[in-house]
Design a protein around this ligand. Structure first.
Ligand code: PGA
Length: 252
């Protein structure tokens, strides 16, 4: 039986200034139960909030993540941010390929693959996001869409390269909509993803890779989701913005 350490991650998206984010981080730390020492916790504020939040999180139980990374280390790439910049700001994790990046900013499976390569190169833990839209689910394309996202996103890597990989399954129709996938629907996909990773990269990585669920996770549904054998954590958007609410998810 594989033992995977749960990861509860908060994606703060485009919310909170540096001082607001630092304050929320401070509150969160004070609300984490000592019983939650068996799980990893991460928050991903916006870029400008990374340094002040890093200061609050220093040496504590909560890791710092970014919401994006560019594949080059420096150069004329206006508006982008690189691995060395994130590392120097105190990040250990980076969210890659979130559906909002795919939907609004032209992110493709190929650019996701390049960003994952940059994260690995700089020792950052990639939180690789995938998921189908409502239309794709209704036309029974869920598994073929996920197949393509996984195959292209992870193309060219060995299982060694991906030792730290975290996958986040986020059905687009469940993000910010209040519609959560049922824990059975999520489990079905997570199990499928694990078998897909086994086929592509072997059973060792498939057994150790953490697969998070994301999409309207809240205090009321976290325990049920986490009870599923292939759900190893959660990527939480809206419900991570309030320290009190997010702490209830972290301390599930
Ligand atoms: P949500 O967002 O929890 O607000 O649905 C999840 C996400 O986009 O990561």
């Amino acid at each position: 039986m594989d033992t995977r350490r749960p990861l509860i991650a908060g994606n703060w998206k485009m919310h909170k200034t540096g001082s607001e984010a630092a304050e929320t981080a401070r509150q969160l730390i004070s609300l984490i139960s000592p019983d939650s020492a068996d799980r990893d916790i991460m928050i991903a504020p916006t870029f400008t909030a990374l340094p002040p939040v890093a200061e609050v999180l220093a040496d504590g139980p909560v890791a710092l993540g970014a919401q994006n990374i560019f594949w080059e280390d420096e150069g004329a790439y206006t508006g982008e941010i690189s691995g060395p910049m994130l590392v120097s700001a105190g990040c250990s994790h980076v969210i890659i390929g979130h559906s909002e990046r795919r939907q609004y900013f032209g992110e493709t499976d190929t650019t996701v693959n390049q960003r994952i390569a940059a994260a690995i190169r700089h020792g950052l833990i990639p939180v690789f996001c995938i998921g189908e839209t409502e239309e794709e689910r209704e036309s029974e394309q869920t598994f073929s869409v996920l197949d393509k996202q996984v195959a292209t996103g992870l193309k060219g890597f060995s299982s060694n390269d991906l030792g730290a990989l975290v996958v986040a399954y986020e059905p687009v129709w469940a993000i910010g909509t209040g519609k959560t996938a049922t824990s059975e629907q999520a489990q079905e996909v997570h199990e499928y993803l694990r078998s897909k990773i086994e086929n592509l990269l072997g059973s060792q990585l498939a057994g150790s890779v953490r697969i998070l669920y994301g999409g309207s996770v809240k205090p009321a549904n976290i325990a049920e989701l986490m009870a599923m054998p292939d759900i190893d954590g959660a990527l939480v958007g809206g419900a991570s913005l309030d320290a009190e609410v997010f702490s209830q998810i972290v301390n599930f």
